[in-house]
Design a binder for this molecule. Structure first.
Ligand code: AMP
Ligand code: MG
Length: 404
């Protein structure tokens, strides 16, 4: 039986980032940057005022002083007339600083504290408050310089990166294509959520869980459907995934050794089965391989096992496929409130983690059966018991993974 980390290594070695594409900036939020971004301009682009006020020559920094107002510079305009001693220009926030000006005094500190729309500039202005050199000036390049590498390939673009790209005048950006993520459910007992129940049947839920997890990471979802427990049906759905050019197929159930578990045998016949048992709990029966060249995950059928299987194996693979720079998963240490028994397999338990008396503590959310989704709903973290550990006393430090 493989360890979790061996299985993850083997899985990751199969995936390469998808190709890149150019998208317009207004479609780029949440996408993964495919090329480093080097600034081609300084930001700010030019020296400008950070307030509404009056631009001053350096000899006029000490107040009180009355100056002639020779120009009125609005945002979006420039004035080429140099400011001489004894002169000033009214200037608006974001307007380009005129030559000769070395500071800006705010309107609040002058006798012309008028900002009603449309008020023309005065002939003269009296300054009440001294200013420091450079006061209220945003210098060209103080944020970043032309030639600086400002964003790295492999990062997911957030609102602030989109804003930066816009400020740099980049209307288009090179991002990785969204991976095509095909989802299949298996089982004669499964009915679509909109179908009325019948005796012995249940509503299929794994595809909703897995779709939600995958879509939150920016995939193009291919919802295959529910395969009946026959080889022919499993094969025909997998064929559809191949036709749809899936980059990865994620299937749940039908991978253990039940009399009607056909997923494994279909993968063995039409592809390659890499392994099918991982030393973990929940979720020991886990198949990984390729179906006609497409990487394939056969997750366990129990809803909590399928969730954990995604978090432990599919998520890092999807990150690599998406072009994201690979980073260890963010985790924390928390203190167990009660003793805990395990069976020696690496275990992912549902827990609530909270701050108590200045430290993080973890409490299990009750019954840990792998079909019980409600205890997962109540959890905000997975608590990891390392392999080989069969019991942990209260107050032990344990690793936890926050779950969104
Ligand atoms: P299996 O791996 O096929 O033996 O399924 C294990 C358990 O998971 C059974 O109780 C199934 O009914 C349940 N199960 C399998 N697939 C799903 C699904 N898509 N949604 C909800 N439960 C499922
Ligand atoms: Mg089944």
């Amino acid at each position: 039986m493989l360890s979790v980390s061996e299985a993850r290594e083997r899985i990751l070695s199969v995936f390469l980032p998808v190709e890149s594409q150019t998208v317009s900036l207004n479609r780029a939020s949440g996408r993964v940057l495919a090329r480093d971004i080097v600034a081609e301009t300084d930001l700010p682009l030019f020296d400008n005022s950070s307030v509404d006020g009056f631009a001053l020559h350096s000899v006029d920094f000490v107040s009180p002083r009355t100056l002639n107002v020779l120009a009125d510079i609005r945002a979006g305009e420039t004035s080429e007339t140099p400011i001489q001693p004894g002169q000033s220009a009214r200037i608006m926030t974001g307007a380009s600083l005129p030559p000769g000006a070395e500071a800006v005094v705010m309107v609040e500190n002058t006798d012309f504290n008028v900002r009603t729309s449309g008020t023309p500039a005065p002939q003269t202005v009296t300054i009440h408050k001294s200013v420091q050199p450079g006061e209220n000036i945003r210098r060209r390049g103080e944020d970043l310089h032309s030639g600086d590498k400002v964003l790295s390939a492999g990062m997911r673009l957030r609102a602030q990166e989109i804003g930066l790209l816009a400020m740099l005048g980049m209307a288009e950006v090179s991002v990785y294509r969204q991976p095509r993520f095909a989802l299949l459910s298996n089982g004669d007992e499964l009915l679509p959520v909109e179908a009325p129940l019948a005796p012995g049947k249940i509503h299929e839920s794994n595809s909703y869980v897995l779709a939600a997890l995958a879509e939150a990471r920016g995939v193009e979802l291919i919802r295959l459907g529910i395969a009946a427990d026959t080889e022919a049906d499993v094969r025909s759905w997998l064929e559809q995934a191949v036709e749809a050019k899936a980059d990865v197929i994620v299937s749940s159930a039908g991978v253990s050794v039940g009399a009607f578990d056909y997923v494994k045998s279909v993968i063995e016949e039409d592809g390659e089965l890499d392994f099918w048992k991982v030393n973990m709990r929940p979720g020991k029966p886990l198949a990984f391989g390729k179906y006609n060249g497409v990487p394939f995950f056969g997750l366990p059928g129990n809803p909590v096992s399928a969730f954990v299987g995604f978090e432990v194996f599919v998520r890092p693979a999807l990150e690599k496929l998406s072009g994201l720079e690979l980073r260890p998963r963010p985790h924390q240490m928390a203190c167990l409130t009660e003793p805990l028994e395990s069976d020696g397999r690496e275990s992912y338990l549902r827990a609530v983690v909270s701050q108590e008396n200045g430290r993080l503590v973890a409490r299990l959310t009750g019954h840990q059966g792998s079909g019980n989704i409600f205890s997962l709903v109540r959890a905000n973290a997975l608590l990891i018991v390392p392999s080989g550990v069969k019991s942990l006393p209260a107050n032990s430090d344990v690793e936890i993974w926050p779950i969104a």
